[in-house]
Design a binder for this molecule. Structure first.
Ligand SMILES: Cc1cc2nc3c(=O)[nH]c(=O)nc-3n(C[C@H](O)[C@H](O)[C@H](O)COP(=O)(O)O)c2cc1C
Length: 367
């Protein structure tokens, strides 16, 4: 009886901790990591109490419903193990030196899989005991859809709207260099910071992928440009609006950007002299699955023929969207190569990947 009660408490706690961890935008990183340890402890309690399940696994003649339960449970265990490893990989507080599986995007997908499988795993036990089986199945399906939606759409939405991260700019930007062997490169970037009328109190702004370095707001794409510039030892130039800036509120910016995309607006931007460069590393955030319209203005107003353009896109889950073909359409005579698309949460850790990709581009020394 006691064992059963402890098991039930551990299960409820485990589920609550999992959901609380998905809301880490509000708890902050350190609390998120400590909750992860709590989840791990509850999991151990659960496995000790329900450990008999392992011994039933290889019994012959198990009914189909039990086999389905076994499959879901085995999958859940596998996902939890990989999730645990990736938790250490993305950790900045408890395991700062563990780098394996350190992608925030992967971590989020794994957490979504664990939450959904955990709901299914728990519900399958419930369905077996339920009087109204049909209702139980419908509720299970709804709970699974809800869990999937939270991980796939809810978390990215919260990240975009409410998140601001403190960074140590110097430490994450500087490192190993790539020899461009005489090729002249320019990192051109567009970012919200500098093109937005931010309110003085950062916390009053819906944070939205904002980075804070030494108390100053810093654009994610500006940070990527700093990394590229440090790696290649190259110049950098910001695409800067000369007219009206974007509104402070994230939601309002999304609306304005949506209207600009629909009308294919070309907001006025400061000219950037690209004439002395062979390669342009174009760094931009994905807006409405597209390049932001100020980036389109830059591309249209610059003579890029004969140049190589390498794209570095940052995004909240949509890869490159249609930004590669859009860039190609606006840059006749230039070669366009999609270098990488970085999930917004991975931006502060992107230097190693950028170094490897740029090293591969320049190691042959051809132009
Ligand atoms: C107006 C607007 C539209 C966006 N649209 C998308 C989108 O369609 N898909 C996506 O994955 N992310 C989207 N995002 C998220 C940004 O691409 C992502 O947060 C980026 O890293 C922001 O970079 P920045 O802070 O340098 O401006 C959008 C952000 C804004 C502000």
């Amino acid at each position: 009886m006691m064992k059963k009660r402890i098991g039930l408490i551990a299960d409820i706690l485990m589920f609550a901790l999992l959901v609380a961890q998905m809301l880490y935008v509000f708890t902050g990183n350190n609390v998120h990591e400590i909750l992860g340890i709590g989840f791990f402890i509850c999991l151990i309690v659960h496995v000790i109490i329900k450990g008999w399940w392992f011994s039933t696994l290889f019994k012959k003649g198990r009914p189909a419903s039990k086999k389905a339960f076994d499959t879901v449970t085995a999958l859940l265990l596998l996902c939890i193990i990989v999730l645990m490893i990736s938790s250490m990989g993305v950790s900045r507080f408890l395991f700062p030196n563990f780098v394996f599986l350190g992608s925030a995007a992967l971590h989020r997908y794994l957490a979504t899989a664990v939450l959904t499988l955990a709901v299914l795993h728990g519900s399958m036990v419930g369905i077996r005991r339920a009087q109204k089986k049909k209702t139980a199945v419908v509720l299970t399906a709804l709970a699974c859809i809800l869990s999937l939606s939270l991980g796939l759409f809810g978390v990215p939405y919260m990240n975009r709207h409410f998140k601001a991260v403190s960074i140590d700019h110097q430490a994450i930007v500087s490192g190993e260099k790539v020899d461009t062997k005489g090729t002249k490169c320019l990192a051109v970037y567009f970012t919200r910071v500098g093109n937005t009328d931010f309110e003085p109190d950062v916390d009053a702004v819906s944070g939205a992928s904002l980075l804070i370095s030494d108390g100053e707001l810093y654009g994610s794409n500006a940070l990527i440009a700093d990394m590229v510039s440090d790696i290649l030892g190259c110049d950098k130039a910001a695409i800067t609006l000369t007219g009206e800036k974007y509104p402070s509120s994230y939601n309002d910016t999304v609306s304005v950007a949506g209207e600009e995309l629909l009308s294919q607006a070309r907001p006025a931007t400061k000219p950037i002299d690209v004439s002395g460069y062979d390669d342009i590393i174009l760094i931009y955030p994905l807006w409405w699955n597209s390049i932001p319209m100020p980036v389109a203005s830059f591309l249209e107003n610059s003579d890029l023929s004969g140049k190589r353009i390498f794209l570095v896109c940052t995004q909240g889950s949509s890869g490159y969207g249609s930004s590669v073909s859009e860039t190609e359409a606006l840059t006749s005579g230039a070669s366009v190569t999609a270098l990488t698309s970085i999930y917004c949460e991975d931006i502060p850790d992107a230097r190693d990947e950028l170094y490897t990709l740029l090293q591969a581009v320049y190691e042959k020394g051809e132009k």
